[in-house]
Design a protein around this ligand. Sequence first.
Ligand code: CO
Length: 195
Amino acid sequence: MENLDALLSSNKRWAAKIKAGDPTFFERLAEQQSPEYLWIGCSDSRVPATQIVDLEPGEIFVHRNIANTVNLNDDNALAVIQFAVEALQVKHIIVCGHYGCGGVIAADSGLALSGPVDRWLDNVREVRKRHAQELDTLSGADRVTRLCELNVLAQLESVSQIEYVRAARERSPALQLHAWIYDIHDGIIKQLKNL
Ligand code: CO
């Protein structure tokens, strides 16, 4: 079995470097987390939440899954969102998709996959179907690009329908919702919508 010694050594170097710059960093974080942001993003290895907005551990509460979907019957996502809103009282929920998303490409292709991955993509297929009129006027790469955007917007809409999100949005100061999309070609995030 491979021991992944390289990863464990780099972890030690990383912790030492952080501590050198800020001796009480870990002690403070161990006391409590108080992130202002909930990030709902894709599991894609190229889109690591905290890193691409250059924040530190402790600053973003994160939920990631294939194609950054929010299924209203998915207790995993719902529990993360509930905890973020009620316990952490985050100020912003960001749904961040990315161009070139494999999950979106698969859903757009109409190909049947197998197992949980296939079931998971039904949510994106639904978005594809709902916007068929617009999407069918576009060709290959343009269609996928647009579906990546429409998917983020649809998932943000789902977030906005959750009861405890609505309640938090009525509180003062109100919780804000954001749809973002990340370009894996240049590392830049584009804002699609703020609610
Ligand atoms: Co993706």
